[in-house]
Ligand binder design. Sequence first.
Ligand code: AMP
Length: 114
Amino acid sequence: MADNIFAKIITKEIPAKIVYEDERVLAFRDIGPKAPVHVLIVPKKEIARVSEATAADEALLGHLLTVAAEVARREGVDDTGYRLVINKGPHAGESVPHLHMHLLGGRPMAWPPG
Ligand code: AMP
């Protein structure tokens, strides 16, 4: 496993507030929440960023979305709505080199994003 914070959360070397886990995916609360609900959905497989996923990862990428929708239901934001975000590269503000999807909800959000 790579030596980054999410790899260590996946192996449970570092604690996190886990809200969902299965054999392929872990979801935990963001340590610096930008909305009342801010959960990160992370594949356990080591994929640094979306541009490094391959055709072999398509089912896993789809699973991230269905897990995000399930977590949103559990967090009570399905009716009010939510945003799913993947940051890739410096212009988007990617800061951890392990693929992760942000689930943000619990307040209205502006569009376009800043
Ligand atoms: P990004 O900027 O898209 O790479 O998102 C990285 C996210 O990881 C940020 O929203 C951070 O607040 C969050 N983060 C960093 N370290 C931790 C941690 N130990 N536990 C939970 N979330 C974290």
